[in-house]
Design a protein around this ligand. Structure first.
Ligand code: SAM
Ligand code: SF4
Length: 323
C-alpha cells in the first residue's frame, strides 16, 4: 500500500539516522552546551534498524532510503546495514550523507555493500575555518574521502555547503566543484538546534544575497532550472555564464520546501518523525513483534496526522534527526 500524509502527499522516502553521535561539532548543528547522546542501551541494533527499514520498503512502497546521523560512518559495521537494505528488491535508491572524515577508509566497503550515492557536507575549503566550524575537523581527511569515493566507483558526489552568516567562499567552492566533477549545492542555514525559534535564530546568507554577490564577482549568473532530488524539488540550478560553471542552491528557509515533502524520518532510537519541524513522534521499538497489520495501522494513523510547523522550530537536534 501507499503511505500518504494528511494532505494526500505520497511518502516514498525514508531518512534513517543511524546514530546521533558525531566526531565533529559543527556550530550550526550541535548546541554550544553540548548534547546528551542516546545511551547505547537505547540505541537500536543495526539488524533492528534494518528490520524497520525493510518494513517501510515492503509494506509501504518506500523506494528511497538515505542513511544519515550524527555521522553514519562512525557507526560500527555500517556496511552490514547497507548490505541488508540494499538487497531488498523493491528499493530503488540507497544513499548516505556524511561529513567525509571517515570516507577514505570506508568508501570501498560501503560501495561493495551496495550503497549507491553519497552526499558530503563541507562548509569551508580553508583548513582553519573548517576546523573552527567543525570543532576539530581536518580538511585533508575530507578531501581524501572525496578522492576515495571517486576511486571506489561512486557517481559524482553531491557537496552540501551551508550558507553560514560569515560565508564568503562561494567563488572558491563553485570553481573547485566544477573543476573536480562534483555537484555543489549551497543550503540556507536552518534553525538547527532544537527549541530555538525562528525569531531567536540568526540566519545565514540567503539565496538572493548569494546570487547578487556572485553577479558582482563573476558577471551574469542565470537560473537554469529546478531539479528534483532528495530535498524535494527545490534545488535551484544556476549557471555562471562566462565560465560555464553550475551550482545549486537549496533555499530551505526563504522558499520552504514543505509543499512537496515526500519523506519521513526514523532515528537510532526507533522514533519516527513525519516532519523536521514537528515534535510529534511515534515510537516504533515497541512494534518489533507486531504483525504487519498492527504495524501498518500504527504508522498510517501517525503519518496521516501529519501537522508540521513549518520553519518555526525543529522538534529535536539536527544530529539526532539527521537533517
Ligand atoms: N554528519 C553528516 C553530515 O554532516 O553530512 C550527516 C548528518 S547532518 C545532521 C545532515 C545534514 O544536515 C548536513 O548536510 C548538514 O550540513 C545539515 N545541517 C545540519 N544542521 C543544519 C542547519 N542548521 N541548517 C542547514 N543544514 C544543516
Ligand atoms: Fe556532525 Fe553532521 Fe552535525 Fe556536523 S552537521 S556536527 S558533521 S552531524
Amino acid at each position: 500500500m501507499e503511505l500518504r500524509d494528511h494532505k494526500g502527499r505520497k511518502i516514498n522516502y525514508l531518512r534513517l539516522s543511524v546514530t546521533d553521535r558525531c566526531n565533529l561539532r559543527c556550530t550550526y548543528c550541535m548546541p554550544e552546551e553540548g548534547i546528551e547522546f542516546t545511551p547505547y542501551s537505547k540505541m537500536l541494533r543495526l539488524e533492528e534498524l534494518a528490520g524497520l527499514a525493510a518494513r517501510f520498503i515492503t509494506l509501504f512502497g518506500i523506494d528511497k532510503v538515505r542513511l544519515t546521523g550524527g555521522e553514519p560512518l562512525i557507526r560500527k559495521n555500517i556496511e552490514v546495514l547497507i548490505e541488508i537494505i540494499s538487497a531488498i528488491p523493491q528499493l530503488k535508491d540507497l544513499a548516505l550523507t556524511t561529513n567525509g572524515t571517515r570516507l577514505a577508509r570506508e568508501a570501498r566497503a560501503i560501495k561493495a555493500a551496495g550503497l549507491k550515492r553519497i552526499n558530503l557536507s563541507l562548509d569551508s575549503l580553508d583548513k582553519d575555518r573548517f576546523r573552527k566550524i567543525t570543532g576539530s575537523g581536518n580538511l585533508d581527511d575530507v578531501l581524501a574521502g572525496i578522492n576515495a569515493a571517486k576511486e571506489a566507483g561512486f557517481p559524482p558526489l553531491k557537496i552540501n555547503t551551508v550558507l553560514l552568516p560569515d560565508f564568503t567562499e562561494e567563488f572558491e567552492f563553485i570553481d573547485w566543484a566544477n573543476s573536480n566533477g562534483l555537484i555543489l549545492r549551497f543550503i540556507e542555514q536552518m534553525p538547527g538546534v532544537s527549541g530555538k525559534s525562528k525569531s531567536e535564530f540568526r540566519g545565514g546568507i540567503t539565496e538572493s544575497e548569494l546570487i547578487s554577490r556572485l553577479q558582482k564577482k563573476t558577471g551574469k549568473v542565470e537560473l537554469v532550472g529546478d531539479s528534483e532530488d532528495e530535498l524535494g524539488k527545490h534545488t535551484r540550478r544556476y549557471r555562471v555564464m562566462d565560465k560555464g560553471w553550475e551550482f545549486g542552491i537549496i533555499p530551505a528557509v526563504s522558499v520552504p520546501f514543505c509543499g512537496d515533502c515526500n519523506r519521513i524520518r526514523l532515528d537510532c532510537q526507533g522514533t519516527l518523525r513525519s516532519c523536521l519541524y514537528s515534535s510529534e513522534t511515534i515510537e516504533l521499538r515497541g512494534l518489533f513483534n507486531a504483525s504487519d497489520e498492527e504495524f501498518i495501522e500504527a504508522v498510517v494513523n501517525f503519518v496521516g496526522r501529519k501537522t508540521g510547523r513549518p520553519l518555526e522550530h525543529i522538534g529535536s537536534h539536527m544530529s539526532l534527526i539527521g537533517g
